[in-house]
Design a binder for this molecule. Structure first.
Ligand code: GLN
Length: 577
């Protein structure tokens, strides 16, 4: 009898414990004082720490701009467009999310003002508002709240929602108003507001300043949001007294004033720094969650390899937007991951392809251990890319082409090896006599520019014993795409006869996905974007193979005693920014 009673008590306790976890908790991350304060990285780091505590986390970004998605925006405006498995074209912060955390990212992980309004206007056209006047409050704010709740399913413990922009901007007001209302729907105890702020150091005064943070929190309070936690970006350590002062003036708990000092070495130190300041402990306590002790073994091993390189190599990334540090963000990260995999410090030079046209590849590309050509659109700099590929091929320098990089490799090979004069892509020369790269029929009919490319995950079958198959250790893969143009099958036999191998193709055999030159040390180019699936703790197989080939080349040169070129244009790519 007593035993049965005890069992019932235990059962009720476990049901209660499960209830506690069943209600999804929401963390909102806002930013203050300045833009580019690092909300994306910080949000990703918070997600990573909570996953390491055993929680199931989903990440989301709400962007205040009016474009429906960043797919039609120039890299100069926006940096890289990050593509998800489901083909959605999203903000580059989602790349941080995917590199730091493992929760699924989908179309619901990134909403813009444009998308929210589009949904509301479509509902209005369908008559769903039953004759009411449609307004920012409640219709737009309801739509925003629904977009947040879409992630809060039974398999999710925590949803982290990052609000783009800076508190005080007109554009982000509807989003802030929606998250202000949110606790009324799900309970204040299920919500945590984190505000990321800048605590500058004034050299002249010789001290750090807390006033911008006070003002920024003041702005949030005017909207009706009292932050629960402040993450303070700073160059200098914040003393206990200053933390106390921030806590008092901003009305947050002392333990919830968290220092986030600039990480000069690597962005991958950010979560460890937040861990040192006990961020995860505060969040767990605040939500009454126990979870598991932090498990960071894989991350710690990765950091060890990053801090203790055995090799040093240099890679040239030759792209149209190379001067823009965010234009090929995931490529730089994926190169770093491959460096970590080989315990190699990779110095990356960002070289503008248009400069190669002016100065020649000999001047700009001498001395590199590998050359990578990323994706791109538009004609500017294409000839520079073609020259860079020829330079790599003729000197047997490891070459890796991605998307437009593969198309340029085919153009170069067509012109200089197969002997097809003026071979080109019809994207750049509509009347070329040798359209090596052209549009598929389904793309010819497209008139709308947004979301109409070949997008998202597509399957690909690998050729046995090819470099790709050896790198992947498997016969079939799936990778993410974002392009309109394709290799023209009419030319396959001619290319094969001259030594090019088509080592990856769509399951129906119609689309070329990977090309290789087996005669070269490493020459591989892909129509897809492998960079989107690389993680610091798990380098992408093709990037690992490319960087591995570059390490071998460097070792070979060392043996032959050829000193590497000094590359003052190079930099470590994952340096905090
Ligand atoms: N502009 C090319 C196309 O549309 C390549 C695109 C890319 O590199 N992402 O096919």
């Amino acid at each position: 009898m007593v035993l049965r009673f005890l069992n019932v008590v235990l059962l009720i306790q476990s049901v209660l414990a499960n209830c506690e976890i069943a209600m999804t908790k929401h963390i909102f991350v806002t930013g203050g004082v300045v833009s580019s304060i690092g909300k994306g990285l910080t949000s990703a780091s918070i997600g990573m720490l909570l996953e390491a505590r055993g929680l199931r986390v989903r990440m989301q970004k709400l962007d205040p701009y009016i474009n429906v998605d960043p797919g039609t925006m120039s890299p100069y405006q926006h940096g890289e467009v990050y593509v998800l498995d489901d083909g959605s074209e999203t903000d580059l912060d989602l790349g941080h999310y995917e590199r730091f955390t493992s929760g699924p990212l989908t179309r619901d992980s990134n909403y813009t003002t444009g998308q929210i309004y589009l949904r509301v206007i479509e509902k209005e056209r369908r008559g769903q508002f039953l004759g009411k006047t449609v307004q920012v409050i409640p219709h737009i704010t309801n739509e925003i709240k629904e977009s947040i709740l879409r992630l809060a399913d039974a398999n999710t413990d925590i949803v982290i929602t990052e609000i783009g922009g800076t508190v005080g901007d007109i554009e982000s007001l509807p989003f802030l108003e929606a998250i202000r209302q949110f606790p009324q729907d799900v309970g204040r105890d299920n919500c945590l507001f984190i505000h990321l702020t800048l605590v500058p150091y004034l050299k002249a005064a010789g001290e750090i300043k807390t006033k911008p943070t006070q003002h920024s929190v003041g702005l949030l309070r005017q909207i009706g949001i009292q932050p629960d936690m402040l993450i303070c970006r700073c160059e200098q350590n914040i003393s206990r007294e200053e933390r106390e002062k921030i806590a008092l003036f901003c009305n947050v708990a002392f333990e919830a004033v968290i220092e986030e000092k600039d990480q000069d070495f690597s962005i991958y130190e950010v979560p460890l720094s937040l861990r040192d300041h006990k961020l995860d402990e505060f969040v767990m306590k605040r939500f009454h969650l126990t979870g598991q002790p932090l498990q960071l073994e894989a991350w710690d091993n990765m950091m060890f390899s990053l801090r203790n390189p055995k090799h040093e190599i240099s890679i040239a990334v030759v792209g149209k937007y190379a001067e823009h540090k965010d234009a090929y963000k995931s490529i730089y990260e994926a190169i770093d991951h491959a460096g970590i995999h080989h315990q190699a410090q990779v110095r990356v030079a960002r070289i503008q392809s248009a400069e190669i046209e002016e100065e020649g590849p000999e001047r700009l590309l001498a001395g590199f251990d590998g050359i990578l050509i990323p994706g791109g659109f538009g004609e500017r700099g294409v000839e520079g890319k073609v020259q860079a590929i020829r330079y790599a091929r003729e000197r047997n320098i490891p070459f890796f082409g991605i998307c437009l990089g593969m198309q340029c490799a085919a153009i170069e090979f067509g012109r200089n090896v197969v002997g097809l004069d003026r071979a080109h892509s019809t994207e750049f020369d509509k009347d070329t006599p040798a359209p090596i790269i052209c549009l598929l029929d389904e793309q010819r009919k497209v008139t709308n520019m947004g979301g109409t490319m070949r997008l998202g995950t597509q399957p690909c079958i690998l050729l046995k014993d090819s470099a790709a198959q050896i790198a992947y250790h498997t016969d079939s893969i799936s990778e993410r795409h974002r392009h309109r143009y394709e290799f023209n099958n009419i030319y396959r036999h001619q290319f094969e006869a001259h030594g090019m191998r088509f080592s990856g193709q769509s399951p129906d055999g119609n689309l070329v996905e990977i090309v290789e030159l087996p005669s070269q040390a490493f020459y591989l180019a892909v129509q897809f974007h492998p960079e989107f699936k690389s993680k610091p703790t798990k380098a992408h197989p093709l990037f690992a193979a490319f960087v591995g080939a570059a390490v071998q080349r460097r070792l070979g040169r060392k043996q032959r005693n050829t000193p590497p070129e000094t590359t003052d244009r190079t930099e470590r790519s994952s340096i905090a920014n």
